[in-house]
Design a protein around this ligand. Sequence first.
Ligand SMILES: [Zn+2]
Ligand SMILES: [Zn+2]
Length: 140
Amino acid sequence: MLEDVLGWAVVLIGSIVMKFTKITVIDPILSLGVATFILIEAAKNLHEIIKIFLEVTPKDIDLEKIKIDIKRIHGVVDIHHIHVRSINGEENHATLHVVVKKYDKNIKNTVKEVLKKHNISHSVIEIEQTDEECEDKICK
Ligand SMILES: [Zn+2]
Ligand SMILES: [Zn+2]
């Protein structure tokens, strides 16, 4: 936001200086400045679009299969809020909540192993017990 305001301020000041001093050399510089400014704005939008694309589950990931495999782990009651994204097109990162009957430190490791088999190298796992209220039960 601040850069946007600064960008337009520079353009505005440039025009005013040009109007009063008649230094025409400012004109090409200003044009270049405006072009750069527009380019930066476009790049920012492109970055937003790329970010949205990265939120999409990678093609080689079968979420349903992963869910089935995790639910098979002894002690796991349910899973939700599972998201898999690719950071660089090769490595897959996962976020998920695992609901367990009783907390057991082995469950998290087993879940990680299952994820590794599904080509997910990094994961953030939240372990919840059945009586816990979770705000992320349903993904928006
Ligand atoms: Zn979610
Ligand atoms: Zn949860």
